[in-house]
Design a protein around this ligand. Structure first.
Ligand code: AMP
Ligand code: TRP
Length: 332
């Protein structure tokens, strides 16, 4: 059976980008006969300046939202990364497999390290080793497929390299995973800055649609989206017209239509924005409603996470133990 693993960081409220790029694929995978594990990767939230209470709150909220979006704990395993020690145990072995040069090349490290320096914060060492912990998350489960958005492709490539290298040096231990990206909306862009990814870290986020935004807020954000200057009408051109292309991508992802073909149906930006707003409102409405029900029953979410961690441990433990033996550590 195909083993699927993916995760989301509790560094902010989940966005439409998270939903279209990742979470929706997870829910779809959960309907298939696959063995899927989904993880709130809280250790990864500690790689940049953080507030402990906020991380706690966001971790609970992310888990609740994943259930609200349709993950079924009877079919998949949902858990919190820090509840399963195997991730950190394996990360060290992979730090002994990766090189300094290859992790410094990671685009996300470069961007986030530059941002931390610019704001006068130190760059945490864990920001550099982060993709190695991510590789451990994936390899500890002998994962075949990793459903993620475009921005994680490089990290999954590194994970593949580390798996192959470890297997060659120490004997076959890990499956070599591959990233699976959505066909449309693998990279949803910020509505105000359509050349940057829609990211959850900024809190106010006029260009960011959060999964829990009220319909009125979603409409306002979409109607104020930056479109492109020039009078070429509505055309799909990611380079020359990134704002319009992003709206068409979002509409395509919501409706299942092809973004470039959708452009033909519009003569002006106003009508396009109205349709995008309504499509997003309707897409997120059931998730928001279900979230409200689940949030009122925190005991259920806690139970799901506890059981999920137990099952995840059972899968990861023998794999990580095998890696310890293979690399040359004595059996205790
Ligand atoms: P993160 O919020 O960085 O923990 O990302 C969780 C998942 O959502 C990853 O698979 C990301 O690739 C995906 N993701 C995050 N932001 C976007 C975006 N703007 N567009 C598409 N996918 C995204
Ligand atoms: N690095 C991922 C992100 O920022 C989150 C993540 C951590 C992840 N571990 C993972 C995603 C393992 C997939 C598989 O989005």
């Amino acid at each position: 059976m195909t083993r699927i693993f993916s995760g989301v960081k509790p560094t902010g409220h989940l966005t439409l980008g998270n939903y279209l790029g990742a979470v929706r694929q997870w829910v779809a995978a959960d309907q298939e006969p696959a063995d899927a594990l989904f993880c709130v990767v809280d250790l990864h939230a500690l790689t940049v300046e953080h507030d402990p209470a906020r991380v706690r709150r966001l971790s609970r909220q992310a888990a609740t939202l994943l259930l609200a979006a349709g993950l079924d704990p009877r079919r998949c395993t949902l858990f919190v990364q820090s509840h399963v020690d195997e991730h950190a145990r394996l990360a060290y072995l992979l730090e002994c497999t990766a090189t300094d040069g290859e992790v410094r090349r990671m685009i996300q490290y470069r961007e986030k390290a530059a941002a931390a320096r610019a704001s006068g914060d130190g760059v945490r060492l864990s920001l550099l080793t982060y993709p190695v912990l991510m590789a451990a998350d994936i390899l500890a489960y002998r994962t075949d497929e990793v459903p993620v958005g475009e921005d994680q492709r490089q990290h999954v490539e590194l994970t593949r390299d580390l798996a192959v290298r470890f297997n060659q040096r120490y004997g076959h231990t890990f499956a070599v995973p591959k990233a699976t990206l959505p066909v449309v909306a693998a990279r949803v862009m910020d509505l105000q800055e359509p050349t940057s990814k829609m990211g959850k870290s900024g809190d106010a986020g006029p260009g960011v649609v959060f999964m829990l935004d009220e319909p009125g807020v979603i409409r306002k954000k979409v109607m104020r989206a930056v479109t492109d200057s020039g009078d070429g009408g509505v055309v799909y051109d990611r380079d020359a017209r990134p704002g319009v292309a992003n709206l068409l991508d979002i509409l395509g992802a919501c409706t299942g239509a092809e973004p470039a073909a959708l452009a033909d149906g519009y003569s002006g930006y106003g009508a396009l924005k109205r349709d995008v707003a309504e499509a997003v409102v309707e897409l997120l409405r059931p998730v928001r409603e279900r979230h409200a029900e689940l949030a009122a029953d925190p005991g259920t979410v806690e139970r799901v996470l506890r059981e999920g961690a137990g099952r995840a441990r059972e899968v990861a433990r023998p794999v990580v133990d095998a890696a310890y033996r293979a690399i040359g550590l004595l059996e205790p």
